[in-house]
Ligand binder design. Structure first.
Ligand code: GLU
Length: 477
């Protein structure tokens, strides 16, 4: 059986958006689930659209996501180079083969003439087909020394295009989808239509995964495969990614970020990976939280959906929270760069921060939430501005109760168990519901109504800090 070899073939024209990276992920997961290889190929033949640094950005994004590249610009392989602009000789060789076999000719028309033809077709309300203006065979020629001087065009044959798409099923198109397209531009660079066919063949690609925008051009590709005598790789069209409302294709305005922006916000790579994998694929069960390895183990192309997949960033937040919770606190701690902690945390020991993280882990969804969730562990609440109000407690009760709590806690060991016992006892003596006292102490000790479990929080804050804060709160009442 043929080795599974898939590729991701981005053009270095900007940041890596969610749709592209999801395609890469599917291609990678499929290769890995079949002990195959995943190849990264940079398609940089449109020099006018190239953005500096984009290739490095692509490589870094894949690396962060754990999408390992077996062969590519940074991973040596036998079938390189893996950057198209370094393969011009190869395209030229294939172009020569097409010329020799009578499948290519140099464009006899100027750009202005082609524009005129187009206009003509428009007036006649007909689709523009270049081949209708193709000179008769007897007049077709290849100009000598054509390379880097003239545009080289493919001379298509006409047939009924039919092909199988692993995701979409059997597809076909009409003859009007076949045309004489450009193989090599006058600047010497090949078009995507030509270069990717040569490269996929040379790099022994077994399966092509790409977006649906390429379906319309597939008949043209089929004609070229025929002319070159190449059996096309298997094709799988990825579902488009739609915005939240499910109507339109996802755009930047819908909140989709570049992959590395998720890293900057403190999402886990495994959380983002899980999120991307879920956009258009499921394993057929109700399971939603997957490790990277589980996705590979369960991945099949047959379970990729045809219809559009919705982009829902709340789902990313939710999934990431799961991955954070499932991780041993020590491992999680190592992933959190200092910059994610509130500034005041720099004065605390890493043991203390680790303890704080242990308490917050249950609620933390991504690291950028840390300052808000953890501030009070490192900084005194601002008692001048704090309103210490607790439901079911009228104003005259608060001060005496706080005073009694301080006295009680002063006698207490600050272990979680001892704190719980002491405070429940206090509630009983005062004939109050435990929740009422707990609420009062929570806001007095942390300045916040929401905090992790009270006893755990007080234990981490420690006796000295807790009593000092409660006293300040009491002064304020
Ligand atoms: N360079 C093409 C793009 O970025 C790749 C399409 C393909 O995967 O074949 O859209």
């Amino acid at each position: 059986m043929q080795e599974v070899r898939t590729r991701f073939a981005p053009s270095p024209t900007g940041l890596l958006h969610v749709g592209a990276v999801r395609t890469a992920l599917f291609a990678w997961a499929f290769a890995k689930s079949n002990n195959g290889k995943f190849i990264l190929r940079i398609e940089d033949t449109d020099k006018s659209r190239e953005v500096q640094g984009a290739t490095e950005h692509i490589i870094e994004s894949l690396e962060w996501l754990g999408i390992s590249v077996d062969e590519g610009p940074n991973a040596p392989g036998d079938l390189g180079p893996y950057i198209q602009s370094m393969r011009l000789d190869i395209y030229k060789r294939y172009a020569q083969q097409l010329i020799n076999d009578g499948h290519a000719y140099t464009d006899p028309y100027s750009t202005a003439q082609v524009a005129e033809f187009r206009e003509e077709a428009k007036l006649l309300k007909q689709p523009f087909l270049y081949r209708q203006f193709r000179p008769e065979d007897s007049k077709l020629k290849v100009e000598e020394d054509w390379y880097k001087k003239s545009t080289l065009r493919f001379k298509t044959t006409i047939f009924k295009p039919e092909w199988h798409d692993i995701v979409r099923g059997d597809l076909s198109a009409g003859e009007e989808s076949l045309d004489d397209f450009v193989l090599i531009k006058a600047d010497g660079y090949p078009t995507y239509n030509f270069a990717h066919i040569v490269d996929d063949f040379e790099m022994k690609i077994s399966h092509i995964m790409r977006g649906e925008e390429f379906i319309a051009s597939t008949p043209k590709f089929l004609a070229l495969y025929k002319a070159l005598g190449i059996t096309p790789p298997k094709m799988a069209t990825m579902p488009p990614i739609l915005n939240q409302n499910g109507g339109k294709k996802l755009s930047k305005r819908d909140g989709a970020k570049d992959v590395l922006e998720y890293r900057s916000q403190g999402f886990l790579s495994e959380g983002v990976f899980n999120f991307l994998a879920g956009m258009g694929w499921n394993d057929g069960t109700e399971q939603e939280v997957f490790s990277r390895q589980e996705i590979v183990d369960n991945f099949t192309l047959e379970r990729i959906q045809k219809s559009g997949a919705k982009f829902d960033d709340q789902r990313l937040v939710w999934l990431n929270g799961h991955h954070i919770r499932n991780m041993p606190t020590k491992d999680l701690f190592k992933l959190i760069d200092d910059e994610f902690w509130p500034e005041a945390a720099s004065k605390s020991s890493s043991d203390y921060r680790l303890e704080v993280l242990g308490l917050l882990q249950e609620r933390l969804k991504y690291f950028a939430e840390l300052p808000e969730l953890s501030e009070f562990f490192f900084e005194e609440p601002n008692y001048n501005q704090l309103t210490i109000k607790v439901k079911k407690l009228d104003d005259t009760q608060r001060a005496p109760l706080l005073k009694a709590s301080i006295e009680c806690l002063d006698q207490t060991d600050f272990t979680v168990e001892a704190l719980e016992l002491a405070l429940r006892e206090l509630a009983q003596t005062k004939n109050l519901k435990p929740g009422t006292i707990f609420g009062l102490l929570r806001i007095a000790a942390t300045g916040s109504q929401v905090a992790p479990g009270l006893f755990e929080t007080l234990a981490v804050l420690g006796k000295e800090t807790t009593l000092r804060r409660l006293t300040q709160a009491l002064d304020q009442l």
